[in-house]
Design a protein around this ligand. Sequence first.
Ligand SMILES: Cc1cc2nc3c(=O)[nH]c(=O)nc-3n(C[C@H](O)[C@H](O)[C@H](O)COP(=O)(O)O)c2cc1C
Length: 208
Amino acid sequence: MSNILLVTSSPRGEASYSTRVAKELAAKLRDAAPGSTLVHRDLAAAPLPHIGQDFAVAVKAPAETLTEEQAGLLAASETATQELLDADTVIIAAGLINFSVPSTLKSWIDHVARAHKTFRYTAEGPEGLARNKKVYAVIASTGIYTNDSPAAAFDHARPYLKSVLGFMGMTDVEFIDVEGVGLGLEPDETILERALGETRQIELSAVA
Ligand SMILES: Cc1cc2nc3c(=O)[nH]c(=O)nc-3n(C[C@H](O)[C@H](O)[C@H](O)COP(=O)(O)O)c2cc1C
């Protein structure tokens, strides 16, 4: 049994490769373990707002001083944070946008990276509180950034996700790459099938 949180962020709807691969992985992992739950947070359909002054003030203010608007902003953050804390498997799907994650995914991270909830500072340094989770991150892109690619330094999605998720305690992050789509070096279907093949291996090892 597993609580799975699926976070998708592509603005390309049904055409999205990252969403397709991530959805298939989520459904397979759910079906592999009876009693599992699956929560889908679709950030393209329902984006969390960018962090503004109201939010920045609200996260540090005593509850009784909050305006209705600030309380609403905090409530959205708390729901998203609780979804993350409740999950033992997190699947994040993103297509590269200008060498990083879509801004909707960045916004989600801004809402779940919460002091005293998903991290805290101690005398020994920062401590992640969102621990004991397996994270799969499906990253689609036209460019090729992995396997010692000369373009590796342009990839600000994987290093960023690894750092910020690790900061919150999620150190077990496995990337599933859907790279080179639309580039013309090989058919998109071949790239997609390779990524789906990886998800099938994950499913098999989850069942074993
Ligand atoms: C506005 C925009 C910016 C993009 N920027 C990049 C980029 O910086 N690097 C890259 O390799 N691909 C880039 N792409 C291509 C997408 O990453 C690619 O289409 C990928 O399949 C998107 O993920 P999705 O299929 O899950 O929507 C960009 C696409 C769009 C629409």
